[in-house]
Design a protein around this ligand. Structure first.
Ligand code: HEC
Length: 281
């Protein structure tokens, strides 16, 4: 018995020594992995002062803001980005009448066919058309944008983390690199044709800065600071991605109310059903 135990212990010790021995070359040659030079991007988005009207469980659309955001999209973003999941008729949800939306749509041009010759033409948009891409295809879009593709913006606030604030931050994120960060990543640079924006995951973005103070004359007279323009277009793109956002929150409250009411009813009927029975002593 003792001999067997001794044998096992010696075996374990020898195995241990062999294992350690095999590790020695690894330990001697160990070099910590080299950290690549990179410039860290801002993972935390900035928000407009006071947040957005649709934040939180009681949030509501600020229809005037959505209209301003549409104006920013139309006058600035639509020269590169489509909104292919939004139809002109959807604009009625922003408080415009059908006649107004028809007139608005007629100002846009969408691809169509000449009814006589059958040739491809651009025709005025109708209520049922979607917001078109300004480019005939992706190759043309890339050619015009330093080989980068301006994505469709219909769902962009859903496609990015914290999307509404992300769009707001991206619009305002064209700054200078932080000298302290540059010291940590000396090889960092912004190639020609790209723009430094550390809210973009690649840091250098192919989209030139878009918004500056006073760029737009707002129809409702609001002062168009670049923060205001950015917040408005971010709100508009939140609506395009989820037009039912506010309705969804309201439905939630209704459902909670209904469940509470059903709980009270269930409790009262339980009382009634068992009222005749006394517990056994
Ligand atoms: C001159 C063309 C142009 C205009 C105008 C433009 N963009 Fe862009 N945008 C681009 C290009 C190109 C990209 C792709 C960038 C890349 O991949 O580096 C892009 C990308 C984006 C992205 C996606 C970033 C990501 O995380 O992938 C958002 C959001 C965006 N643009 C919003 C806007 C908004 C809002 C406006 C209007 C205020 C606007 N853009 C106007 C060219 C444009």
């Amino acid at each position: 018995m003792t001999i067997r135990l001794g044998g096992i212990i010696i075996g374990l010790v020898i195995t241990g020594i062999l294992v350690l021995w095999s590790l020695i070359p690894g330990i001697i040659n160990y070099a910590p992995p080299e950290r690549p030079d990179y410039y860290a991007f801002q993972e935390k988005n900035i928000k407009p002062a006071g947040g957005f009207s649709f934040d939180g469980p009681l949030g509501k659309w600020d229809v005037a803001q959505l209209q301003r955001g549409y104006q920013v999209y139309k006058q600035v973003c639509s020269s590169c980005h489509s909104l292919k999941y939004v139809a002109f008729r959807n604009l009625q949800e922003l408080g415009y009448t059908e006649a107004e939306v028809r007139a608005e749509a007629a100002e846009w041009r969408v691809p169509g066919l000449d009814p006589v010759t059958g040739e491809s033409i651009l025709r005025p948009a109708e209520l049922t058309d979607q917001f078109p891409s300004p480019y005939p295809n992706d190759i043309a879009a890339r050619t015009a944008n330093n080989n980068a593709l301006p994505p469709d913006l219909s769902l962009i606030t859903k496609a990015r983390k914290d999307g509404t604030n992300y769009v707001y931050s991206l619009m305002l994120g064209y700054n200078e690199p932080d000298p302290a960060d540059l010291e940590k990543s000396p090889n960092f640079e912004t190639p020609l044709g790209l723009y430094f924006n550390d809210y973009f995951y690649n840091i250098n973005i192919a989209m030139p800065p878009q918004l500056q103070d006073g760029l737009i004359d707002y129809a409702d007279g609001t002062e168009a600071t670049k923060e205001q323009l950015s917040a408005d277009v971010a709100a508009f793109l939140t609506w395009t991605a989820e037009p039912s956002l506010v309705k969804r929150k309201q439905t939630g409250w209704f459902v909670i109310g209904f469940l509470l009411f059903a709980t009270v009813l269930a409790f009262l009927s339980y009382k009634t059903v068992w009222a005749g029975l006394k517990p056994k002593k």
